[in-house]
Design a protein around this ligand. Structure first.
Ligand SMILES: Nc1ncnc2c1ncn2[C@@H]1O[C@H](COP(=O)(O)OP(=O)(O)OP(=O)(O)O)[C@@H](O)[C@H]1O
Ligand SMILES: [Mg+2]
Length: 337
């Protein structure tokens, strides 16, 4: 099977992601428009999810000339992609206390602040002089010196200080700013190669989650404001949109992304762990081998799989998947290549 070279086909409306495992072995196509109605890639560990996402990233960037950014949770895409541009979080500090009311909600939900801690932080942020308080360290100092009006406040203040001080720990202070704007360099987003945000540079999982969530939010806002298009590859999506600990502002944008020309590829080992919106709001699904009974039930219900296909799902090879997309009448078994 040959891919159509872009130069000869400027109006290309789809990429080929593999071949259908039936006779004849037709190419498995992914339409450009369907990128913006979101994709879900699921399957047990080692079933081929990241490999599939890397192929989609490369082809979308190269053939559609749409910017692609991989939120590379484990730092594995350097080995998966032939060409890419790496972004190191330590060289791209993110402002986390701007005027946007979602900022406080994001910090509070990821740092697991209690309602009194969130209330106090909100109060402090309304009072602080941002022309003097420019770093996380100086915000921490301000919190420490904040006048205590009661006993409960002292307790809350100390606890809040303790929570937020992890943001200034080790070398994490290079990750966050108070205010300001992050520069998403235009060239990077137009390079025809996927951009890889190497999140594995951040050791602590909750700091990694905070950084990634803010980066995602800022990047989507930037893209929308500029009226551009973007494909976001979200590895280990369970960190952002899990049923048990959803990051609220990210879950909310999930429903709105499609209006704005931002496509999302959600990657997860488990379907049952994700918020329901992840299934409902993804029109294309690539389901690699699934072994868990609960996940198989979800697959059966969301894709209306026939019994035969469902029964083979635990046993298919890495790289093989059930593929469901609007341009196909019904789900088919494919091999990603
Ligand atoms: N389409 C494919 N063709 C050939 N080999 C593949 C294909 N997809 C995956 N593999 C092989 O299977 C292995 C696992 O793939 P991959 O890392 O993509 O799995 P994963 O689902 O992302 O696993 P994890 O959940 O642990 O992240 C890799 O060694 C890869 O080379
Ligand atoms: Mg993987």
């Amino acid at each position: 099977m040959q891919e159509v070279p872009v130069e000869n086909n400027p109006g290309l409306e789809y990429i080929v992601i593999g071949r259908v495992l039936a006779i004849p072995q037709l190419p498995a196509k992914l339409a450009k428009n369907d990128l913006f109605r979101h994709l879900l890639i699921a399957g047990s560990t080692g079933s081929g999810k990241s490999h599939t996402a890397s192929k989609i990233s490369e082809r979308v960037a190269r053939e559609f000339k749409i910017p692609v950014i991989v939120f590379d949770w484990h730092g594995e895409y350097a080995d998966l992609l032939r060409e890419y541009i790496e972004v190191n979080p330590h060289s791209s500090p993110i402002p986390i206390f701007t005027d946007d009311p979602d900022d406080l909600i994001l910090v509070s939900s990821i740092m697991e602040l209690t309602p009194p801690q969130e209330y106090l932080l909100d109060k402090i942020l309304r009072r602080v002089d941002f022309s003097k308080t420019k770093s996380i360290e100086s915000l921490l100092d301000y919190i420490e010196s904040y006048p205590e009006e009661s006993n409960w406040m002292r307790e809350t203040k100390l606890a809040l200080h303790r929570r937020l001080s992890s943001l200034a720990r080790e070398n994490y202070h290079s990750l966050f700013e108070i205010r300001g704007r992050i520069e998403f360099k235009q060239g990077v987003l137009e390079a025809g190669k996927p951009v890889v945000l190497n999140l594995a540079e951040i050791n602590d999982p909750s700091i990694r989650k905070l950084y990634a969530s803010f980066y995602l939010k800022r990047l989507v806002d930037f893209t929308v404001n500029q009226g551009r298009r973007l494909l976001v590859i979200l590895e280990e999506a369970v960190n952002y949109i899990s049923r048990s600990q959803p990051v609220k502002p990210i879950c909310e944008t999930l429903r709105e992304f499609r209006k704005f020309g931002v496509g999302l590829v959600i990657i997860s080992q488990s379907l049952t762990q994700l918020v329901e919106d992840a299934s409902v709001n993804t029109n294309t699904k690539i389901i690699h081998s699934v072994k868990s009974k609960q996940d198989l039930e979800v697959v059966e219900k969301t894709l209306y799989l026939d019994q035969e296909l469902l029964e083979t799902l635990p046993y298919i090879e890495p790289g093989e998947a059930v593929y469901s997309t609007p341009s196909l009448k019904k789900p088919v078994l494919i091999k990603i290549e």
